[in-house]
Write a protein that binds this ligand. Structure first.
Ligand code: 5GP
Length: 347
């Protein structure tokens, strides 16, 4: 047994210190990023926010809304759409804003290869999600997929430590997904005791990835726009959102009324709800169960996205960053856990 003594931080433990700025308005801030992916060699240009590959979030309707409203963010489609529907969707919509998701099960892999056979060159980005990004089996799987699709961008995870980020990048991953346990409907920390405070995970993993020319996607734990800014400030190249984008018209879920208030069901992809819905197919998505919650109905997602993007722009003006690219260089975090917890009444 060993105890690691160094302090690890979560979003709630810090604030971003304002800095002198010459910028007149948040409208002047460019929140798009340009990347060239290490292995696929492809270029990315857009707002580096990704709707999570979850039921109620990673939906066709979400992607269509982002495209129609020119929100340059992207959507990782959940992996439960049938092949025919995926083919139709990709035929009718711009794939630039979409990540095609697979798990480590053979069915997913077969479906993807069949898709590529039917529609070569349609998928340019995939999201590879597993229970445990630390398993040797996963690293081997990543290598196999990299060989199968050498010119497709691969995002894969999840892990939370630098050495595993390096291993995945060397195995062929372009973007490593970072986060174990922070998700809003995730119970991994409760069920297994395993996890890592998300802000520190981002800082450490970004450093490891950037050293090898790779990128990271901070996945989970953002509950307010300020958390997303903190994730970018900590060095995240992409930020993935589940709960913040759940409960909208684009969720492809029923809106239910309780005592005059409207709600939409939202659940973890390894929750009982998801497993019942998708049968055996999701059991290996995450090491432990997820939970099911009813989130307040929030209407059209474009209004939420406006809010989120406005928040990030505003962060940039507070620290004098003309673009999102400059944000991490201009970020100084102040540790405030005690005060913040008192303000929000958390223990
Ligand atoms: P959120 O933005 O809601 O805080 O976190 C979204 C992330 O939670 C997803 O992208 C995914 O990595 C993670 N997640 C989704 N469903 C489950 C689940 O059932 N169990 C666990 N442990 N994590 C989940």
């Amino acid at each position: 047994m060993r105890i690691e003594e160094s302090i690890k931080l979560d979003f709630k433990d810090v604030l971003i210190r304002p800095k002198r700025s010459t910028m007149a308005s948040r409208k002047d801030v460019d929140i798009t990023r340009e990347y060239e992916f290490k292995w696929s060699g492809r270029k990315y240009n857009g707002v580096p926010i990704i709707a999570a590959n979850m039921d109620g979030v990673g939906t066709f309707d979400m992607a269509k809304s982002f495209i129609d409203n020119d929100i340059k963010a992207s959507v990782a489609l959940h992996k439960h759409y049938p092949l025919e529907e995926l083919v139709k969707f990709f035929d009718e919509n711009d794939p630039a804003s979409v990540w095609y998701s697979i798990g480590m099960v053979k069915n997913d892999q077969d479906k993807m290869l069949e898709f590529i056979k039917q529609r070569p060159n349609k998928i340019d980005k995939i999201c590879l999600d597993v229970a445990n990004g630390y398993s040797e089996h996963f690293v081997e799987f990543v290598k196999t997929v990299r060989e199968q699709v050498p010119d497709i961008t691969i995002m894969a995870g999840n892990v939370v430590t630098g050495e595993m980020v390096e291993e995945l990048i060397l195995a062929g991953v372009d973007v490593v997904k970072v986060g174990i346990g922070p998700g809003s409907v995730c119970t991994t920390r409760k069920m297994t005791g395993v996890g890592y405070p998300q802000l520190s995970a981002i800082i450490e993993c970004a450093d490891a990835a950037h050293g090898l020319g790779g990128l990271i996607c901070a996945d989970g734990g953002c509950t307010i726009p300020g958390d997303i800014s903190k994730a970018f400030g900590a060095g995240a190249d992409f930020v993935m959102l589940g709960g913040m984008l759940a409960g909208h018209d684009q969720s492809e879920q029923e809106v239910v009324e309780k005592d005059g208030e409207k709600f939409v069901r939202f659940y973890g992809m390894s929750s009982d709800t998801a497993m019942t819905k998708h049968k055996g197919g999701v059991a290996e998505y995450r090491a432990s169960e997820g939970k099911t919650v009813d989130v307040p109905y929030k209407g059209d997602v474009s209004a939420t996205m406006q809010d989120i993007l406005g928040g990030i722009r505003s962060t940039c003006t507070y620290v004098g960053a003309r673009s999102l690219k400059e944000l991490s260089k201009r970020t100084t975090f102040i540790r405030v856990s005690q005060q913040i917890n008192e303000i929000f009444g958390k223990s």
